[in-house]
Design a protein around this ligand. Structure first.
Ligand code: FAD
Length: 204
C-alpha cells in the first residue's frame, strides 16, 4: 500500500518519474528480493533500493512481445561465466540504468522452460545501447534497445536457477502491473484536478 500510494502521488506530479520508480522497484528490485541469493541482494538490491543506482528489465525482443516465451536471446555457460547474445527492445530506464535483468535461453529447444534470468551490469563487455524508441510522452524514462554481443557476465549472476527465468519474468510482471496501475491512477487524479480547477474559473 505504501509503495502504491508513493507511485500514485509521484505520478500525479510527473508520470515519467513514476515509471522510472516503478520499473526500478517492481521489475528490478522485486525479483532480486524474491529470488536472489544473500550475495546478490547485498551487491544489487541495496544500492538500487537506496536510489544510488537505477535498474531495468529486459524481456521484450523485436520478435517476441506478448508471447515472451518465444524469445531468442541466448546464454551459454563457459566455465565460471555466461556469454549472452541477443537484442532487447523497449527497455524502460535503458538509457540511464546501471544494472539490467536480462531474460535469455540456455536451451532454446526447451522453450519457456529453457529461459534464465541474468543480472547484467552496464559495464559488462559486449553490452551496448541500440536504437532509441520514439514515444509520444514519458520521454525521460529513456526507452531504448539493449544489444548483447558475446556479453560476458559472472556465472553467479544467474538469478534463481537455469530454467526458472520464465516464472521469474511472469511473477515480476504481476507486481509491475500494480505499479503501472498506480501510475495511471495518479495521472487520472491530476487530470481530474486540472479539469475541476478550470471548470470553476471558466466563464461560460
Ligand atoms: C512504453 C513502453 C515501455 C516498455 N517497457 C518495457 C521494459 O522495460 N522491458 C521490456 O522487456 N518490455 C517493455 N515494453 C514492451 C512491452 O512489454 C511489449 O510492448 C508488450 O509485451 C507487447 O508486445 P509487442 O509490442 O511486441 O506487441 P505484440 O505482442 O506484437 O501485440 C500486438 C497486438 O496483438 C495482440 N495480440 C498479441 N498476441 C495475441 C494473441 N495470441 N491473440 C490475440 N491478440 C494478440 C496484442 O494485444 C496487441 O494488440 C514496453 C513497451 C512500451 C510501449
Amino acid at each position: 500500500m505504501t509503495y502504491v500510494i508513493a507511485i500514485e502521488e509521484i505520478s500525479r506530479a510527473c508520470a515519467a518519474t513514476g515509471v522510472i520508480l516503478s520499473v526500478n522497484n517492481s521489475l528490478f528490485c522485486g525479483p532480486i528480493l524474491r529470488y536472489g541469493s544473500e550475495a546478490q541482494k547485498r551487491a544489487h538490491l541495496v544500492p538500487h533500493a537506496r536510489g544510488e543506482k537505477i535498474g531495468a528489465y529486459c524481456l521484450t525482443e523485436p520478435g517476441s512481445g506478448s508471447d515472451a516465451a518465444a524469445l531468442r536471446a541466448t546464454a551459454v555457460r563457459a566455465g565460471d561465466r555466461y556469454v549472452l547474445n541477443g537484442s532487447k527492445v523497449f527497455v524502460t530506464n535503458g538509457v540511464a540504468a546501471d544494472t539490467f535483468i536480462v531474460y535469455a535461453s540456455t536451451n532454446l529447444a526447451l522453450k519457456h522452460k529453457g529461459i534464465g534470468a541474468f543480472i547484467v551490469e552496464r559495464a559488462s563487455p559486449g553490452l551496448r545501447q541500440g536504437k532509441p524508441e520514439h514515444k509520444m510522452g514519458i520521454t525521460c524514462s529513456g526507452s531504448v534497445e539493449i544489444v548483447l554481443e558475446d556479453c560476458e557476465i559472472p556465472a553467479e549472476n544467474l538469478l534463481g536457477s537455469e530454467g526458472e527465468g520464465f516464472t521469474i519474468a511472469m511473477n515480476t510482471l504481476d507486481g509491475g502491473r500494480i505499479g503501472i496501475a498506480a501510475q495511471a491512477l495518479g495521472i487520472g487524479q491530476a487530470a481530474l484536478d486540472e479539469s475541476l480547477a478550470y471548470s470553476r474559473t471558466r466563464q461560460a
